[in-house]
Design a protein around this ligand. Structure first.
Ligand code: NAD
Ligand code: MN
Length: 363
């Protein structure tokens, strides 16, 4: 049987609660689909930082030894904002070169969306966000700080190699889907970076003649995406624009209770990481009202990445079946606790009752 090694980072707040659900579903998937995982749970996040002062350095070596990383969430009001974001999450993306942040935007049957009239058939796209460059690693400097003449400069770093790897990945993804790639940028204003992105897309597209290429400005994307998501198949964009439009995508598909992501290392030099998009939700931690679907759907992405496609699809379909029957996607009106939802999904997977027709076949 296939065996994989998995690092688990439950983190803070609801992280451990939703990750426990994902691991129960993983047990069920292993029993049903005949593969195995060795799992190592590592302490990291706000609580661990407050107790030890340790950030990413302390777990880098053990994480590296694994095939993939399942991540809960990190954050706590007692930790100054930025410490964990930069000291752990950005650090992991950099050192493990997790160059592609992949966010499926799928409206699932039965899941409410704020966009009136939108149907699942019209909303099945993937946003690929460049994850290691752009404004998030560009230099910044301030002169005359603290005075009436303060000037802050913030740069955006864009390398040909960095753009090329994520664009090539996006074309390959499109090839296995509806064969359409849309570049999102602001090339009319951010001319230097915009031209490099456009050049690379044009060059790489020569290797993928079957894939149709489109371009949309990021501001225009903010109305096209909610109103005509059917226009998009694979969307590729830079780090900052991607951060923003993926949250818009999450809203369209039903919000924090559903949306999920993969942070993929594209060259095989380090493990990829999989996480729901929500944070540690300290306001509801311990109440059993967190929706575990985002974390369980991130497990589905992880299984697909490891090559366990059948199990991945079953986990996604079982999650959709349970989600579609809920009176509310989050909060006290969800109709079941976090743990109950996890067990329901696990049972469907274990008994092989997941209806694969509930989900589109290719990511
Ligand atoms: P959040 O996502 O934690 O919570 C936002 C709101 O959504 C809260 O009201 C919360 O109760 C609710 N919510 C979130 N996930 C939910 C779920 N699964 N089910 C039901 N309700 C859910 O965002 P925030 O409040 O801005 O941040 C809280 C902490 O999380 C901060 O420390 C922040 O830095 C951190 N954070 C971490 C990550 C990450 O680990 N990748 C991402 C975002 C925020
Ligand atoms: Mn964000």
């Amino acid at each position: 049987t296939n065996s994989y090694s998995l690092a688990v980072l439950p983190g803070d707040g609801i992280g451990p609660e939703v990750v426990a659900c994902a691991l129960e579903v993983l047990d069920a998937a292993e029993a049903r689909y005949g593969f195995a995982t060795r799992r190592e749970t590592l302490a990291a996040g706000a609580n661990h930082y407050l107790a030890t002062g340790e950030l990413f350095d302390a777990v880098e070596a053990p994480l590296r030894a694994h095939d993939a990383i399942l991540f809960g969430s990190m954050g706590d009001p007692r930790v100054t904002p930025g410490i964990l974001e930069r000291g752990f999450i950005l650090e992991m993306r950099q050192r493990f070169q997790q160059a592609a942040n992949v966010r499926p935007v799928r409206l699932y049957p039965g899941v409410p969306t704020p966009i009136s009239g939108l149907t699942p058939e019209r909303c099945e796209l993937v946003i690929v966000r460049e994850n290691t460059e752009g404004a998030y690693v560009g230099r910044g400097s301030t002169v005359h700080a603290g005075t009436a003449h303060a000037v802050a400069m913030q740069e955006s770093l864009n390398t040909r190699a960095g753009i090329e790897r994520v664009v090539d990945f996006s074309f390959r993804l499109a090839l296995g889907r509806r064969r359409k790639l849309t570049l999102v940028h602001k090339t009319n204003i951010l001319v230097a970076a915009g031209q490099l992105w456009q050049q690379v897309v044009a060059e790489v597209s020569a290797s993928y003649p079957e894939v149709e290429v489109d371009y949309v400005h990021v501001d225009a994307m903010c109305f096209h995406l909610p109103l005509t998501p059917e226009r998009f198949d694979v969307v590729v964009t830079d780090n900052l624009f991607g951060d923003i439009i993926t949250d818009l995508g999450a809203v369209i598909q039903g919000g924090l209770g559903v949306a999920t992501s993969a942070n993929l290392n594209l060259d095989g030099t380090a493990p990829s990481m999989f996480e729901a998009i929500h944070g540690s939700a300290p306001d509801i931690a311990g109440t059993g009202t967190a929706n575990p679907a985002g974390a369980i759907l991130s497990l589905a992405l992880l299984l697909g990445h490891l090559g366990e496609g059948e199990a991945a699809r079953a986990v996604e379909a079982a999650t959709v079946e349970v989600l579609g029957g809920l009176p509310a996607l989050a909060g006290p009106d969800m109709g079941a606790t976090t743990a109950e939802l996890g067990s329901r999904i696990a049972t469907i997977v274990r008994e092989g009752r997941a209806d694969a027709a509930l989900v589109p076949d290719s990511l």
